[in-house]
Ligand binder design. Structure first.
Ligand code: MSK
Length: 630
């Protein structure tokens, strides 16, 4: 058996440095260079003191000019910026969810998309009060998809998924006036509130930011996650590999990147098509290798074991290997830089969605009605490009780790069942985990999520924090690019249990799990919401009492802010390693880092010193334990 050793951030940086040498040879630009060009950043923008909502400005707030032309002060400006940022993220996740609902509407027994998890569909239908008896599963899928789509614009009532939260949490949302109504309505309300001449009261703006976030996590994202599971299967533990070394020298490499699994599922399917495999052989390749970047990668890794080439700040690296025949993207987190970069190599940069059109790309429109045909065309384009590879530019870093991924909420419960199968009353619940927490074998949990951001040394905060927390017997559930940082480092290898304290190590051995559990993509943070809701119900504690915190140490996107808002609004303290661009206003900053605790029982904590951030999370978890008397 080979010896186990974590991959260090330094090793990743050395691999990147080598790839940048190739980039320099072909005249490629890089994000590292662009960061230099953009530094220092505009302080007004960075701290939220710039308003460009109307054309009287832009207005910048300084001690000499304390109000914008309309008279809005820095608190109103900063609050409006924060709400608009949230609306961007909420809209993005929710529109992803909507696309998935539309795809669900196309399922057919012999179609490109089918119902792979009928049990889950029936469970959701029952939850929504839909008659299931004697109904054809495909008719049921169409009926449920229509109901889900109506959630986006229904004129009355609150969102259906909210009923999954514990009663107490639902009451808090109701009391505070932050229960989300129709999914799209909360985004529209946010845009309306922030229009010139509407809200400038920080409390009102931050309240809507929480509501708009909830509309994502307990609305649009939940549609995305749940109906993806219905169509593509609910993830269960599966082995894979992570980091650039998963690319294959002798094969056609197709990288899938973005978020929407409707496309990547089809690419994976057609890469196994005998006709495509024969074509690959005919051009001199040994086969077709699919690997992923960002959340598309998480989706196909969790369901098919497709290897993960890397996370957000590694997207340019896959092209720099010189061995990427095509980078196929759908939506979100895609650098427009991939267009010009691909032109320096033989790589085809294939955009597929009307939502994400970019210069210097080959646009192959992908729609769920013609999914098979479109995917086949994309795979064929990539395979035929193999002959154009410039062998002298090829360098694939010899760097990868084994990972076990696929810990959906259902998979976690199933894993707990196998450990405790003799106790009938706990089967199908999170009670065994509650008992581990109550006894102190596991001290608590951290949900670590989010991106990379050049403001933080890539992956260093994710990985260092995870190592620190594991030692303290704190289990990690992770998603998005944080999950890939963990996998690349080796923290999803079951052998990483040796990095844990004695209690967590024992749990990992008994349950046969890695200490860092991969729960999926960004939209799958809704899985984490289901997990905390069930932990609260099974323990009898409120969510605010659970020794659980959220953390996004390297976040960068609007989606991350929307996520942070729904995590906090659900009652979970959330720790950030990058400031949410509201520093200019002590009122807005004060609300986010303290005041909202009176509303929802949790708040943000911002700490740029990563070691201190870890200490603060451990303290927060221990304080919750003390308060519970455990
Ligand atoms: S992909 S939103 S960089 S986690 Fe979901 Fe990664 Fe952040 Fe995009």
């Amino acid at each position: 058996m080979d010896t186990f050793k974590l991959t260090t951030v330094e090793e990743n940086e050395a691999a990147t440095a080598r790839l940048l040498e190739t980039g320099a040879l072909v005249g490629a630009d890089s994000w590292q260079q662009r960061v230099k060009n953009q530094t220092p950043h505009c302080k007004f923008g960075e701290e939220g003191a710039c308003c460009r909502i109307c054309s009287m400005g832009p207005c910048r707030i300084t001690p000499k000019a304390p109000r914008g032309i309309c008279g809005c002060d820095v608190h109103g400006i900063s609050g409006r910026n924060f709400l608009r940022f949230t609306a961007g993220g909420s809209a993005t996740h929710s529109d992803h969810g909507r696309e998935i609902c539309h795809t669900l509407h196309t399922v057919k027994p012999d179609g490109d998309y089918q119902v792979k998890d009928p049990e889950k569909l029936i469970r959701i239908a029952k939850e929504w009060g839909v008659e299931t008896e004697g109904k054809d599963i495909y008719d049921l899928a169409h009926e449920v998809s229509e109901l889900a789509l109506l959630e986006y614009g229904k004129p009355f009532g609150v969102q259906r998924w909210l009923s999954r939260a514990p009663k107490k949490t639902q009451e808090i949302w109701h009391r505070e006036g932050i229960e989300p109504r129709a999914i799209d309505r909360e985004v529209s309300t946010a845009m309306h509130m922030t229009h010139m001449g509407c809200s400038s009261l920080p409390e009102a703006l931050i309240r809507q930011a929480l509501r708009c976030g909830l509309s994502d996590g307990w609305g649009g994202s939940m549609c995305g996650t749940e109906f993806s599971d219905v169509m593509f299967g609910t993830p269960m533990p599966i082995d894979t590999e992570a980091n650039l070394g998963v690319m294959e020298k002798d094969m056609v490499n197709i990288i899938v990147h973005g978020h929407d699994p409707s496309l990547s599922e089809m690419i994976v399917k057609y890469a196994e098509d005998p006709e495509m495999l024969a074509l690959a052989k005919s051009v001199g390749a040994k086969g077709i290798n699919i690997a992923g970047v960002c959340c598309t990668s998480n989706e196909v890794a969790m369901r098919h074991g497709i290897p993960m080439a890397g996370n957000f700040l590694q997207q340019e690296n896959v092209v720099l290997t010189g061995a990427c025949e095509a980078i196929v993207v759908d939506v979100q987190c895609i650098f427009p830089a991939l267009g010009p970069l691909s032109k320096c190599f033989h790589t085809k940069f294939i955009t597929t969605s009307d939502i994400a059109r970019m210069p210097d790309s080959d646009f192959i429109h992908f729609d769920c009605e013609n999914a098979g045909e479109n995917a086949k065309q994309i795979v064929k384009t990539a395979v035929e490009n193999f002959v154009n590879r410039k062998q002298d530019l090829v360098h694939i870093p010899d760097i990868k780790q084994k990972a076990t991924v696929g810990y959906s909420f259902e998979a976690i419960v199933k894993t707990l069942d196998t450990v405790t199968n003799s106790f009938v009353d706990v089967v199908g619940t999170t009670k065994p985990l509650v008992e581990c927490v109550r006894s102190g074998v596991v001290r608590g949990a951290v949900a670590m999520v989010g991106c990379n951001n050049p403001k933080v040394r890539p992956d260093s905060a994710h990985v260092e924090l995870m190592k620190k927390l594991l030692k303290e017997d704190i289990i990690l559930v992770v998603s998005g690019c944080s999950a890939q940082a963990a996998a690349k480092a080796g923290l999803m290898d079951k052998r990483a249990k040796d990095l844990c304290g004695d209690g967590l190590k024992r749990v990992c051995e008994l349950a046969d799990i890695p200490p860092v559990l991969h729960m999926g993509s960004c939209v799958d943070i809704s899985r984490m919401m289901i997990l905390v809701a069930e932990l609260a119900k099974d323990s009898g504690w409120d969510i605010t009492q659970l020794p659980v915190v959220g953390c996004a140490p390297e976040w960068m996107s609007e989606k991350a802010v929307s996520i942070g808002n729904y995590v906090v609004a659900t009652g979970i303290d959330t720790f950030l390693g990058v400031h949410p661009m509201v520093k200019a206003s002590n009122v807005v900053d004060g609300l986010l880092q303290g005041g909202i605790r009176d509303w929802v029982g949790a708040n943000y904590h911002v700490q740029l010193d990563i070691d201190k951030l870890g200490d603060e999370m451990i303290e927060a978890i221990e304080a919750k334990r003390d308060a519970l008397g455990i």
